[in-house]
Design a protein around this ligand. Structure first.
Ligand SMILES: Nc1nc2c(ncn2[C@@H]2O[C@H](COP(=O)(O)OP(=O)(O)OP(=O)(O)O)[C@@H](O)[C@H]2O)c(=O)[nH]1
Length: 177
């Protein structure tokens, strides 16, 4: 009987893990990430505790897949996820937001600190050499919550900053005004 209960609890934990996490990278999946973002937004409105976002996107990822194959592309995604995991603090949320795009939610973080973190991430990624693919770079957009703003507006501003980082040459950080 006790063994059955233990197995059920373990299975429930496994299912919860699968429901909230991306199978390839182990990061939070988009749905769980959206919930984290909403929690952060509520705290911002109720307690006036701001937060910041970083959107990081691997540069020219399609050509990595094309040149080295989809499996190597998957490994590059895992490598990026591992690097990002090393850079964030325990209260932050690290999310696989899309194919080769990652969102970091930083509760209580101001714009300047988020920009510094994004720059540290960019530099570390660009300096490390992957044995197969060589240099991998990231473009990053950074935004900080403004009073009265909803999370989708902040997300849109941060995405626009990421777009500027891409169109300005990639391997750079752009900040949402
Ligand atoms: N290996 C692998 N590839 C993926 C995965 N999800 C998305 N992709 C690929 O990621 C690529 C993204 O390509 P684009 O959107 O053109 O972006 P990009 O080549 O990185 O170009 P820029 O973002 O403009 O620098 C597509 O070729 C997708 O097939 C995945 O889970 N694994």
């Amino acid at each position: 009987m006790t063994k059955d209960v233990t197995e059920l609890v373990a299975r429930a934990q496994e299912l919860r893990q699968q429901a909230h996490h991306d199978a390839l990278t182990g990061l939070l999946n988009r749905r769980a990430g959206e919930q984290q973002l909403q929690r952060c937004q509520r705290a911002a409105q109720l307690e006036c505790q701001g937060y910041a976002l970083i959107l990081a996107d691997i540069d020219n990822f399609k050509s990595i897949n094309d040149r080295f194959g989809h499996e190597e592309g998957d490994r590059v995604l895992q490598r990026c996820a591992a690097l990002l995991s090393r850079k964030v603090r325990s209260g932050d949320a690290l999310i696989r937001w899309g194919g080769e795009e990652f969102l970091i939610v930083l509760p209580g973080c101001k714009l300047a600190a988020a920009q510094e973190l994004a720059e540290r991430i960019r530099r570390t990624m660009a300096c490390e050499q992957d044995a197969v693919v060589g240099t991998i770079t990231l473009s990053l957009g950074v935004g900080a919550w403004q009073p009265g703003e909803c999370s989708s507006t902040l997300l849109r501003r941060t995405d626009q900053a990421l777009y500027r980082a891409k169109t300005s040459g990639r391997n750079q950080v752009a900040v949402a005004p």
